[in-house]
Design a protein around this ligand. Structure first.
Ligand code: F6P
Length: 466
């Protein structure tokens, strides 16, 4: 029997206390479908060399976790992954801080991942590597003799070659991606960017008319697999959570005011500073709404050891304080800004209660909160999604109110339009988006990617390893 092996930087062992991110939800959905192995960093750093993986089996899924040396983890995760690749891939080249030391640690951690994973692999495994932390892993595994089909999915945007070329080792990064049999992206835009890199490095002939990429005797499938959500699960979570104490306490506290809601990791790519400015402008230009709307922004802290994240945190505290200081009344706080996380079901209950969902990243691979907001709504009286046209989700959710997140006035107008939208229009837009979400849910995403990976085993398309 074929077994699926997923590899990601971080693993989330099943627990109920926190909301797993999109990547974790996607991987779990794939593994629960087929059973299999999830390999990655267990969340602990140590002072000694990494030992062999710890193995736990839960609900048919085997979790294999390794610890990483503290100093190396710092350079690999905070450094190369989140201070170089993350800003660059999100088109914030000015925020990138490259160093060779970080790059070496990144390479080394990928080598360690390959070495520790190798003894766990079985002859019929399909290997699926996730996200920017692990781009070189495929090459490392090939070097160790692994010939099984290997796929890579990038959860974040992929930059056009003119942006990618800012990275001193961009050609190695592109070459590493060609070690996989299937390379998946969130949007056509990302795929086009990848093609621009392949053409730049290998020439236009590498891009074949059937969409495949041919480099020497290797054929690679590079395709778009937009990640979806578990629509039915979100619908029922939202409904059931509405009756829980925690959601009731929140809705009771609104005392009839309209709720506008944002849920984002605290990350500069999420556009929160611009969003707070837009809300401030909305309150200034539509004073009839003073005291009639409450904006709750949930922003759990993230990557706190990276400087840019500490800076954005400070900027947001100031912005929220400024707006509240200026507009609050003795019985009304315009923004409730929370740096904490909630269980996924509770978040879905909050989203269901919102009249407006504000999802305005400056750049985002997909943004699953946008999809979850739609699925969590009451179809009879749905809230309105305001969505950045720079989020991958905007390609599918074209019935949202699409905005440019930098356009503070445009976002402020969209808030007003959302609050005053007639019920018929809200229902129509919601129904349109639900159709899209159902057609391309999380099961479809995993099925499509795995089918593509399985097909690389067919004799006519099987590629020679290494
Ligand atoms: O989607 C991008 C991503 O980096 C995922 O890989 C990860 O699950 C999520 O964001 C949270 O990031 P981190 O693991 O750095 O907290």
């Amino acid at each position: 029997m074929t077994r699926l092996v997923c590899v990601s930087n971080r693993i989330s062992l099943p627990r109920k206390s926190a909301a797993p991110g999109g990547l974790a939800v996607g991987i779990l959905s794939a593994l629960k479908r087929t059973g299999g192995l999830w390999f990655g960093w267990g969340g602990e750093t140590i002072e000694t060399e990494p030992a062999d993986p710890d193995i736990h089996i839960r609900e048919g899924v085997t979790y294999a976790t390794i610890d990483l040396r503290r100093a190396e983890f710092e350079l690999y995760y905070n450094g190369y992954s989140n201070d170089v690749l993350w800003p660059l891939f999100h088109y914030f080249s000015k925020g990138m801080r490259y160093s060779n030391e970080q790059r070496e640690a990144y390479e080394n951690v990928n080598r360690i991942f390959a070495q520790k994973l190798l003894p766990l692999l079985q002859p019929r495994d399909l290997i699926w590597v996730h996200d920017y932390h692990l781009i070189p892993l495929g090459r490392r595994l090939r070097e160790l003799g692994v010939q099984r089909p290997m796929g890579f999915f990038l959860h974040i945007p992929f930059p056009n070659i003119e942006m990618l070329r800012v990275l001193p080792c961009y050609s190695e990064l592109l070459r590493d991606l060609t070690s996989y049999d299937v390379v998946g992206f969130q949007t056509h835009n990302d795929l086009r960017s990848f093609h621009s890199g392949i053409e730049h490095l290998f020439g236009a002939d590498a891009l074949r008319p059937d969409g495949r990429i041919r480099i020497g005797d290797r054929t690679i499938r590079a395709e778009v697999f937009p990640i979806g959500i578990d629509v039915a699960a979100v619908e029922s979570e939202g409904l059931e959570a509405s009756a829980t104490d925690v959601v009731r306490r929140m809705t009771d506290s609104l005392v009839g005011r309209s709720l506008m809601m944002g849920v984002d990791r605290l990350d500069y790519s999420k556009g929160l500073v611009e969003r707070f400015s837009a809300y401030q402008q909305f309150l200034e230009t539509h004073p009839e709404n003073l005291g009639r709307i409450t904006y709750i922004q949930i922003a759990p802290l993230s990557r706190t050891d990276v400087r840019a994240y500490a800076e954005i945190r400070q900027a947001l505290e100031q912005a929220a304080g400024r707006t509240n200081g200026r507009f609050a009344d003795t019985d009304w706080t315009p923004i409730r800004y929370l740096n904490r996380n909630f269980p996924h079901a509770t978040l879905m209950g909050f989203l269901r209660a919102a009249k407006v969902g504000l999802v305005t990243p400056l750049r985002d691979g997909m943004n699953l909160v946008a999809k979850e907001f739609v699925a969590a709504q009451d179809p009879a009286d749905p809230g309105v999604l305001i969505l950045s046209n720079l989020a991958g989700a905007a390609r599918e959710l074209s019935s949202a109110l699409l905005v440019n997140p930098y356009d503070v006035r445009g976002v402020s107008h969209a808030i007003q339009a959302a609050l005053s939208m007639p019920l018929n229009e809200r229902r129509e837009r919601h129904a349109d988006m639900m159709k899209v979400l159902r057609r391309n849910d999380i099961a479809a995403w995993t099925r499509r990617f795995m089918e593509a990976l399985e097909q690389t085993q067919a004799p006519e398309s099987r590629v020679r390893a290494i």
